[in-house]
Structure formats: structure tokens, C-alpha cells
Write a protein that binds this ligand. Structure first.
Ligand SMILES: *Cc1c(COP(=O)(O)O)cnc(C)c1O
Length: 368
């Protein structure tokens, strides 16, 4: 049996006509860059999150970068984040002119370990970015408490966590702002690139709106040096259609994850993802940990099961961040996790047969 890692065609099939009609409406209105379809999606996504404002931007990396700029982060500043994330989190910090400061992760959740946070704070720290990795929120209460004590804003990287909850609160709404990506493979994916920042802070929302549009609060009134970071009209229209299905899709991901959990519970060689009591995990990824990861991936590949590694190199060990001079051994939990991660196929439309087959192959590898 062939099991793909992700099946966007299966997601699209039942809503294709609805999405095509939405795209045709944008074409009929020639509202391609920003405009009414983006504004409508911004209102809907803010309502979904329970935030006052959502600002649509070009992608998730722009969302983090523009939010940092709007917070005033720049040259000679430090921003604390985790090394176990997609590089975009750190790139946004770097492109704001600041240096990323990494802290190790919690071995259960692979999210920022709040215990490591306080001693990483310096007089240069200007923001803290917890990443809600794989779709499970970081442990926000201790992070927010430490941040508050030091008067440092918390910006959430919720690019993998659309609709996930921490103690009943939506990911992206607990810090000063939350950043989302609508890259096609995310839980809520556009038909191209898109992202958004959600916040309750009117001034911050306004700053991001100005920054994403060449620094102009009104046409040709360039008050600050901004950028072109607008969302496309077509993406706004597509996302409005798909947002209606997000809760259903997240439920399906959760149910698929529980099936994997049950089927793999007896395989002592693999460490399964942990859903914390405080969390509603939305399983953007179902990431196992297995010391024999490379051999397992080869075996699964031969059986027709596609897998991925998220992420193979912790950011402090990438060539890009060599300049930070953080040697191997700096973040042992993150380094070990990176050597063991293997993500199994995960998408809402996975069938029971596919899940059973994948789990049986994992078992076969370890019992053979
Ligand atoms: C996808 C992702 C981003 C970047 O989003 P893009 O839309 O690809 O720019 C940032 N952080 C995390 C954790 C992500 O998964």
C-alpha cells in the first residue's frame, strides 16, 4: 500500500467547486492584491481566534518579521526562542536585525522549556517567541509569567497551531500577538503563500498594516520605511472557504493521532507524541522519536510509507547560525530529539486502513 505524507488532493476534492467559485469572484472583481477578500478573511480569522484584529500578510515568515519590527525589535536586540523549529522563526529575528537566543526544549513536548527561560534573559532581550511545535501549544503560563516579570513581550509562532488550545485559549492569542502561516501544507493552507498576525492591540495591528504596505497609512503617505508584505486577494478568498472546515479537519487529525497512539502503544522502541493536559493538540505533524530513525525511514519507504523529519538540524547547528558559536552539546535535549524525529503521514483524510498499515509497518520494523 502507498501512504503519502500529505494528500492535498484528498482535502480539495469535496470543496473544489466552492473554492473555484470563490476564486472566480476575485477574478470578476480584479481584487488581486490586498482588498475586500483579504479584509473579509481577516475579520473571519480574528473571530475564529477570538482576537480583535488579524492582519493578512504574504507568509508566516513575514508575519513574525513584521510583528517583531512593529514591536520595535532591531539592531543589537536579542529575541529568545527554541532551536527546535523551522528556520523561519530565527530568520525573522535575524531580518529584524536582532540575534536569536536559543533555549533548550522540554523532552516531552519538544516546545520551549520554561525552566530554561529566565536565565537566558539579558538587558538586550526584546521579545520571547515560543513556537507551538507540531500543533501543541508551548506551556504558556510560566512563559507569560516570566515575561511579565521582566516586561518583555511574548510573540507566539503559531504557524503549526491553527485552532489548537492552551487551557481553553486559542494558540496565538495569549501573547501580545500570534503569527500564522497558511502555507499549503499547514492545517489551514492557502493556494500559494499567505500568513497573518492576530492581536488585541490596536496600535500594533495598525503598525503591522502600515509596514506590510510600504509604510503608508494612506496612499503615498510613506511615514515609515515599510515593505510589500500584503496577502493576495485569491488567497484571502480561498482561506475564507477553507476556514469553515478547519475545526472539522483538526478533529480528524486528532482522531487519526489517537488511532496511531493506540496502535503503537506497545512498541517500546518508539516514543509517541505526548498531548499535555493543558493542550488541545491539532497534530500538524505526528512526530515520533526513534533512536533507529534512519533505518525505520528506509524500511517505511520500502513499504510505500512516506515520512519526514521535522527538523533534522537544530538551528544552532545550521551553517546559517554558525556565527553564534554554539557548539554541539549546547542544547542536548533538542540535539537528541533532532537525531530521533520521524514524522508519520498525517492529514485529515487518512483512512483507517492507511493508519493501520503504517502502524503495522512500524511494528514490523521493530519486531522483525
Ligand atoms: C511554516 C512555518 C513558518 C513560516 O511560515 P511560511 O508561511 O512558510 O513563511 C514559521 N514557523 C513555523 C514553526 C512554521 O512551521
Amino acid at each position: 500500500m502507498k501512504v503519502p505524507f500529505l494528500d492535498l488532493k484528498a482535502q480539495l476534492a469535496p470543496i473544489k467547486e466552492e473554492v473555484k467559485a470563490a476564486i472566480n469572484e476575485v477574478i470578476d472583481n480584479t481584487a488581486f492584491a490586498g482588498g475586500p477578500f483579504v479584509e473579509r478573511f481577516e475579520k473571519e480569522f480574528a473571530a475564529f481566534c477570538g482576537s480583535k484584529y488579524a492582519v493578512g500578510v504574504g507568509n508566516g515568515t513575514d508575519a513574525i518579521w513584521l510583528a517583531l519590527l512593529a514591536l520595535g525589535v532591531g539592531e543589537a536586540d536579542e529575541v529568545i526562542t527554541a532551536p527546535s523549529t523551522f528556520i523561519a522563526t530565527a530568520e525573522a529575528i535575524s531580518f529584524a536585525g536582532a540575534d536569536p537566543v536559543f533555549i533548550d526544549i522540554d523532552p516531552d513536548t519538544c516546545n520551549m522549556d520554561p525552566v530554561k527561560l529566565e536565565c537566558a534573559i539579558t538587558p538586550r532581550t526584546r521579545a520571547i517567541i515560543p513556537v507551538h511545535l507540531f500543533g501543541q501549544p508551548a506551556d504558556m503560563d510560566p512563559i507569560l509569567a516570566i515575561a511579565k516579570k521582566h516586561n518583555i513581550p511574548v510573540l507566539e509562532d503559531a504557524c503549526q497551531a491553527h485552532g489548537s488550545l492552551y487551557k481553553g485559549k486559542k494558540a496565538g492569542t495569549m501573547g501580545i500577538a500570534g503569527c500564522f502561516s497558511f502555507y499549503p501544507g499547514k492545517n489551514l493552507g492557502a493556494f500559494g503563500e499567505a500568513g497573518a498576525v492576530v492581536t488585541d492591540d490596536e496600535e500594533l495591528a495598525q503598525k503591522i498594516k502600515v509596514l506590510r504596505d510600504h509604510g503608508q497609512p494612506q496612499k503615498y503617505h510613506h511615514d515609515v520605511i515599510g515593505w510589500n508584505g500584503r496577502m493576495d486577494g485569491i488567497q484571502g478568498a480561498v482561506l475564507s472557504v477553507k476556514l469553515k472546515y478547519l475545526d472539522k479537519w483538526n478533529e480528524a487529525r486528532r482522531s487519526n493521532a489517537k488511532k496511531y497512539d493506540r496502535l503503537l502503544a506497545g512498541v517500546s522502541q518508539v516514543r509517541l507524541p505526548v498531548e499535555k493536559d493543558y493542550a488541545r493538540h491539532v497534530y500538524h505533524l505526528y512526530a515520533l522519536r526513534d533512536p533507529k530513525r534512519n533505518a525505520l525511514m528506509t524500511f517505511l519507504g520500502e513499504k510505500g510509507v512516506a515520512t519526514g523529519i521535522h527538523y533534522p538540524v537544530p538551528l544552532h547547528m545550521t551553517k546559517a547560525y554558525e556565527y553564534l558559536n554554539l557548539k554541539p552539546g549546547s542544547f542536548p535535549v533538542a540535539e537528541r530529539a533532532a537525531s530521533e524525529f520521524v514524522s508519520l503521514p498525517m492529514f485529515p483524510e487518512l483512512t483507517d486502513d492507511q493508519i493501520s498499515y503504517v502502524a503495522a509497518c512500524v511494528k514490523e520494523f521493530h519486531l522483525k
